[in-house]
Design a protein around this ligand. Structure first.
Ligand code: GLY
Length: 305
């Protein structure tokens, strides 16, 4: 038995390949890294890796994390520039007992020392978007402009679980800003005994509820992945509501040790992809409504954004 689940439509091509790899016996960690890397390498995907969203100064800084659900070890890079595949650096760091989370220059130096590929992550298109925005008279510093993080959870045939996340963070972010994506418990968490979870959306809100750890804790107490995502998200939304706030766009995915999966979102529609013995499918979750999880036919996939 194996299952792999990932956020957004952009994850689908790599996830489909990774599902085939899992079928052939590849471990969960390799499947996760393959899927995330595929997104990082695609210059057309504008909020992760190459061609990612620039900060206010027109530089692309990336965050990524990897967690092994069987050892609870974690690795992460924060605010790292020019690392072609931040997920590879995060996975290598995951083997370490200390110094497993590196930021900025330290992360870049580690990647170079490990012989990982380095590149200028800016593309013509990402820089045009930055120049156009800087030129906007109405440019508002700190405004949330939407973005997508790639999050992938996998379970392999030997019961191993792994999580990977990667993002360029918010467009026009303050230099040095870090969101939830590389933060254990907020952007991701995995304990192979209970399950794995990850979040995408506005990191500043996600981390206020430690959403991924919360979802895995709920699974530890017996909740299904679907119920855990919904309850974690509903709890945060309720708490923010008491404080007179509403959560920005937040979506979650979760996976149990028996291959059951679930998702929840504050968006009208949140696409996510799943691969298992039944094949690979792009789904769309609506806010808090399990029965409305919709199995997209092949010809519908192109219409989900
Ligand atoms: N969720 C990604 C970020 O806020 O940077």
């Amino acid at each position: 038995m194996y299952t792999i689940i990932g956020t957004w439509k952009m994850v689908y091509p790599g996830l489909e390949e990774a599902a085939r790899m899992l079928k052939e016996g590849v471990c969960a960690g390799d499947a996760v890294v393959h899927t995330v890397r595929r997104v990082e390498d695609d210059p057309e995907l504008s909020s992760v890796g190459y061609g990612g969203l620039p900060d206010r100064e027109g530089r692309v800084f990336l965050d990524a994390a990897y967690m092994d659900g069987n050892t609870l070890r974690v690795g992460a890079v924060l605010s790292a520039e020019n690392i072609a595949n931040p997920i590879l650096a995060a996975r290598l760091l995951c083997g370490r007992k200390t110094d497993c989370i590196l930021a900025g220059h330290g992360a870049e130096r580690f990647a170079v020392a490990q012989g990982l590929p380095m590149r200028d992550m800016r593309t013509e298109s990402s820089m045009k978007r930055w120049r156009d925005t800087v030129a906007e008279e109405s440019f508002a510093a700190g405004a949330y402009r939407g973005h997508d993080t790639v999050c992938v959870l996998a379970l392999d045939g030997d019961g191993r679980m792994a999580v990977g996340t990667s993002t360029s963070g918010l467009f026009m972010k303050e230099p040095g800003r870090v969101g939830d994506t590389p933060l254990i418990g907020s952007g991701f968490y995995a304990d192979a005994r209970y399950g794995a979870a990850a979040a995408t959306g506005l990191g500043e809100d996600i981390m206020r509820g430690c959403l991924s750890y919360e979802a895995v804790s709920l699974m530890r107490l017996g909740a299904s992945p679907e119920a855990a995502c919904r309850e974690a998200l509903a709890h945060l939304a309720g708490r923010l509501g008491e404080l007179g706030e509403s959560p920005e766009n937040i979506s979650m995915i979760a996976l149990s040790p028996d291959g059951e999966f679930g998702a929840a979102t504050t968006l009208p529609v949140f696409p996510f992809a799943v691969g298992n013995e039944k094949g690979s499918v792009l789904y769309a979750a609506n806010i808090y409504t399990k029965p409305d999880i919709h199995v997209a036919a092949d010809d519908e996939i192109a219409h989900i954004d």
